[in-house]
Design a protein around this ligand. Structure first.
Ligand code: GLN
Length: 198
């Protein structure tokens, strides 16, 4: 069984660990470069992207994560995690950087301020039925490159879930609403990737 890590610098780490545990994955927390070397896939949690970015740089994690993404490590980012995967960010705080890898532009806090949180049901490509989605000070994907596959949109057309090779990202929090299928899809990518690297 491959081992998956959750980047545990800030954010809703516990919710992701609980979800992945429930799906039978071997899960560990990733805080240092050595922790990253031990995993076959990585989750970037929801939280505050600018804080996670700062801590990642302070802990010497930015470059190792960038290198791992370049080498094809499967990564799943939710909300702040989506922002951290995006190559371009609108509304970033001054000096904010991302790991990048996802050829997309993401607008931070696209739905307004602190109280702008909502739940809705979405259609997601490849999933049967509707998918509960909680948006918490969520970003929106405003532009995607040709390698990016759009998996879900809001009724107004706004892009909220995408995939690019081994990267998966949602503007909402499946780990909060208990929606398991994104994590299952991520774990399937992790298994494929660890088989093909042998
Ligand atoms: N607004 C946060 C940010 O910019 C993301 C919110 C979340 O992860 N729920 O990082």
């Amino acid at each position: 069984t491959p081992r998956v890590g959750v980047l545990a610098l800030q954010g809703d780490v516990r919710e992701h660990v609980r979800m992945l545990d429930g799906l039978g994955a071997r899960v560990s927390l990733v805080r240092r470069p050595a922790d990253l070397e031990a995993v076959d896939g990585l989750v970037l949690p929801g939280g505050e992207s600018s804080v996670i970015d700062k801590l990642a740089r302070a802990f010497g994690m930015q470059q190792p994560i960038r290198t791992a993404i370049d080498r094809g490590l499967p990564v799943f980012g939710t909300c702040a995690g989506l922002i951290l995967l995006a190559d371009r960010v609108e509304g970033a705080i001054s000096g904010q950087e991302t790991f990048g890898g996802l050829d997309a532009t993401v607008r931070r806090n696209a739905f307004g301020g602190q109280n702008e949180s909502f739940e809705t049901a979405l259609a997601v490509e490849g999933f049967r039925g509707s998918v509960p989605a909680s948006f918490i000070r969520a970003p929106l994907i405003t532009e995607v490159g040709p390698a990016v596959r759009v998996l879900a949109r809001l009724p107004d057309g706004g892009i909220v879930a995408v995939e690019q090779r081994r990267l998966l990202a949602t503007a909402f929090h499946p780990e909060v609403s208990g929606e398991r299928r994104f994590h299952e899809r991520f774990l399937a990518r992790v298994r494929e990737a660890s088989l093909s690297s042998r």
